[in-house]
Design a protein around this ligand. Structure first.
Ligand SMILES: NC(=O)c1ccc[n+]([C@@H]2O[C@H](COP(=O)([O-])OP(=O)(O)OC[C@H]3O[C@@H](n4cnc5c(N)ncnc54)[C@H](OP(=O)(O)O)[C@@H]3O)[C@@H](O)[C@H]2O)c1
Length: 335
């Protein structure tokens, strides 16, 4: 911790990775690494000493100005963290800042919901302030780096598969864009739950890795599949949406949580009503679902797939890899 002087008063500071400006075309231009004031800790909140923090596409969207207004900046990036609470307990941080009562018992449905790094400083820092209720115990079986992958990508995948698609074991599930953080989580969790996972990727190397990870088969993006599937898990958006609709059996379900390649594909309404397809949105998950996800990992032996681990001060390189799409699994920053 350092001391910084502001308007005559001394302020404790910490190292942090901050979105200082928005640049839609060159997201890394607005990235700043350096000293920043320690987080304020409102009533009912506590401070977590961050040991590991995972990158998400959300961090790139923030730097591009998607989902955040310029008046929120500068803000510390990062949704995901695992670390130590103020008593030294090992914890995973739930990233959804919301009131379950305002969401009918489900905080993801609170209209005032935000994620860490949207309204409150995020996790790419030595310390982060979070509501006490957002702390979930980290099991010893998971490393800090593995645990840091769970709150966004893995929780989103968990809710898509088990909360929103509600598939029976043995169902066939198509995962689009196999290499992504959410996509690799879908393959690992879906396989462990007894689904037949088919995956697509633009890259042959990523298709091979998807099969190594547990996918039954992997196909080039857009390929005609051997059979119709019960459900499609979508994070890619425009580039794969048409294929996702064509891949479904009558009565099938498409669960979407993201649109990396664009959010406005043709709706193809004829297909949706004629084949009685369901299009279901999904976002993050509840704290209780995060607790069950942690237990799912403990019980099944599933461990998050980490593409690379790097020190917090090299966050720029990790974000660049995410922007260029040359990842298979999660990037984790260690503190
Ligand atoms: N709603 C939520 O709660 C929530 C939570 C987490 C993430 N998300 C969203 O879900 C999306 C994925 O997140 P992530 O963190 O998993 O991102 P990521 O790791 O950067 O995923 C990128 C993957 O998307 C595929 N892709 C990207 N552009 C493509 C294109 N033009 N054509 C085909 N495939 C393309 C690539 O698959 P291949 O290279 O294998 O083809 C790549 O592996 C993001 O948009 C993110 O904002 C939403």
């Amino acid at each position: 911790m350092c001391m910084m002087h502001r308007r005559g008063a001394s302020v404790h500071t910490m190292f942090a990775v901050t979105a200082a400006r928005i640049d839609a075309d060159d997201p890394l231009a607005g990235l700043e690494l350096g000293e920043r004031a320690e987080p304020a800790v409102p009533d009912g909140w506590t401070t977590v000493t961050v040991k590991a923090a995972a990158l998400n596409h959300h961090d790139v969207w923030t730097l591009r100005g998607v989902g955040i207004s310029p008046d929120r900046l500068p803000i510390v990036l990062g949704c995901d963290a695992a670390g130590l609470d103020s008593d030294g307990n090992e914890v995973v941080v739930h990233a959804v800042i919301a009131n379950p009562d305002a969401g009918g018992g489900d905080e993801t449905l609170d209209p005032g919901r935000s994620l860490l790094s949207e309204r409150h400083d995020g996790t790419f820092a030595e310390r982060v302030a979070v509501p006490r209720r957002n702390l979930v115990p980290k099991p010893a079986a998971l490393s800090f780096a593995q645990a840091a992958c769970l709150p966004t990508a893995y929780l989103t995948a968990y809710r898509m598969l088990f909360g929103r698609a509600r598939l029976e074991p043995g169902a066939t599930v198509l995962v689009q864009g196999a290499g992504g953080g959410v996509a690799t989580a879908l393959i690992l969790l879906g396989r462990a739950a007894g689904y037949r996972i088919w995956a697509t990727s633009r890259s042959e190397a990523k298709r091979d890795r998807a099969v190594e990870l547990g996918a039954d088969q992997a196909f080039p993006a857009g390929t005609r599949l051997p059979d119709r599937v019960d459900a499609v898990m979508e994070t890619v958006g425009e580039a794969t949406w048409g294929h996702s609709l064509r891949a479904l059996r009558p009565g099938g379900t498409i669960v979407t949580c993201g649109a990396t390649s664009g959010a406005m594909p043709p709706a193809d309404l004829n297909r949706i009503f004629f084949l009685q397809l369901s299009v279901v949105g999904s976002t993050m998950g509840t704290r209780d679902q995060l607790g069950r996800l942690v237990r799912f990992c403990e019980q099944t032996g599933v461990r998050p797939l980490i593409d690379r681990t790097m020190p917090l001060d090299q966050a720029r390189d990790g974000l660049a890899a995410m922007i260029s799409g040359e990842l298979f699994g999660k990037v984790v920053l260690t503190v």
